[in-house]
Design a protein around this ligand. Sequence first.
Ligand code: ADP
Ligand code: NI
Length: 211
Amino acid sequence: MNKTEAIKATEEFVRQNMAGYDSGHDWWHIERVRRLALYINEQEAAADPFILEVTALLHDSVDSKFAGSETEKGFARIELFMDEIGLTNIKEQVVSVVRNVSFSKKNPSGNLKDPVLFIIQDADRLDAIGAIGIARAFNYGGFRNNKIYNPETEQKSSSTISHFYEKLLVLKSGMNTLTAKRLAIERHEFMEVFLKQFYSEWEFGVPKVKS
Ligand code: ADP
Ligand code: NI
């Protein structure tokens, strides 16, 4: 199998694998992350483009949130698939990046120093902010039946608006690459504008308390 065929086979594997995921983690998320990752790499020339593309395609194929105790089986499935398409030589690298990307919530930096990981982390985080990030957050909140906003109990994880403060507004400062830092600026500002407008509509007609 040549590289083009291997990419096609991986796309097919991912599409089948993700059929049961939520719509914020659908094929189009994978497609956006792939495009962002390849763009970042064009600017930075840090990683092998083929390994980067294969890993970007596979990066959400094992998500512990959805796979539960099946997580290890999920990694084994990826390895088996990579053997089948003749990518045994890169499977160890790809799987350790996928492990570290999916563990990123608990351990943001991990121990792995691999430009493939840094770039995919950035691409994944860029897709969680800006207009698309806002759409994905409210989509996820709806999926979990969370509140849009609750001004009385703005505690941890109580609403999708609180998710902005817990995660989305923090992502900009955690970007690894210069290109992602640059791309994050506009997306971050858009979320700030969105929140400002959101609160102004929410408070409509309520007189401002003088301080
Ligand atoms: P990743 O796929 O990058 O590992 P997650 O699985 O945590 O990240 O999140 C996937 C998407 O769902 C992201 O856009 C994220 O912002 C959003 N999301 C995750 N948790 C919440 C939440 N509690 N409320 C709203 N959106 C969420
Ligand atoms: Ni992702």
